[in-house]
Design a protein around this ligand. Structure first.
Ligand SMILES: [Zn+2]
Length: 243
């Protein structure tokens, strides 16, 4: 029974490790989300810069068209004889000049806007790089923990075989069967109740457990029962190595 309890303690440690090994990577999920958010932020800033440049190009193209048109008008000016046509052409030229001035103004405004956006992008990049570094460090801590935990669990698993050999075969089989459905599979008898399901155990069985001549299972939950006094009283079984 002593060896079985030791085995159970070991199994529970292994189970705790496994559960933690499963949980730890989940902590990285939030960092993955943060990373995505930061990437999106950078992309947004880059997009802004790009859009300003596109607009600049658009206005420059429009300005150039007006300039070409203006040159054409200028060339036409000398071949026109009629006063009315001349006036009309001058009017068109005036309009083209206005358009050029408007586009120039916009291009200059966009230049300022671009400088601001570019500076913001650089600042964002620097800040985000810092945040990414922090995230990386946090993830590394988690990975390291996971590595350590896995190594620990493997060590525990290695020591399981020799320990299981110390448990009588029939008892081990019962234990293995119960622990698939209920853990802990071995529980103490407290007063006259099962330490697992807290239901009363029949007096006859209580007596037999106390007498330590048979290993009984709780008739309600099926867990194996032991009495603390029996553990201390049996010199054949050395007390469990304190964990
Ligand atoms: Zn029970």
């Amino acid at each position: 029974m002593q060896a079985l309890l030791e085995l159970q303690t070991l199994d529970m440690k292994i189970a705790t490790c496994k559960a933690e090994e499963k949980e730890l990577p989940k902590q990285k999920d939030k960092y993955a989300i943060q990373r995505q958010r930061l990437d999106a932020e950078i992309k947004g800033s880059e997009e802004k810069c790009k859009n300003i440049q596109l607009k600049q190009r658009e206005y420059t193209g429009e300005k150039e068209q007006h300039e070409v048109q203006l040159k054409k008008y200028d060339a036409q000016l000398y071949s026109i004889k009629k006063n009315e046509e001349y006036k009309a052409l001058l009017h068109e030229m005036e309009l083209a000049k206005k358009q050029i001035a408007i586009k120039e103004e916009r291009i200059i405004a966009l230049m300022v806007e671009y400088d601001d956006a570019k500076a913001a992008l650089e600042a964002d990049k620097e800040r985000i790089q810092g945040e990414l570094k922090k995230i990386e460090a946090e993830c590394k801590i988690i990975d390291d923990k996971l590595h350590k935990l896995t190594a620990e669990r493997k060590e525990l698993e290695k020591s399981r075989g020799p320990l299981a050999m110390k448990v009588p075969h029939e008892l081990l089989t019962r234990y293995e069967r119960i622990r698939k459905v209920r853990t802990p599979a071995v529980v103490p008898l407290n007063e006259e109740t099962c330490g697992g399901c807290f239901m009363a155990v029949r007096p006859q069985i209580v007596n037999e457990i106390l007498a330590n001549d048979k290993i009984h299972a709780c008739q309600h939950c099926g867990r194996l029962l032991y009495h603390v006094t029996n553990l201390i009283a049996s010199p054949a079984d050395p007390p469990a190595k304190s964990a």
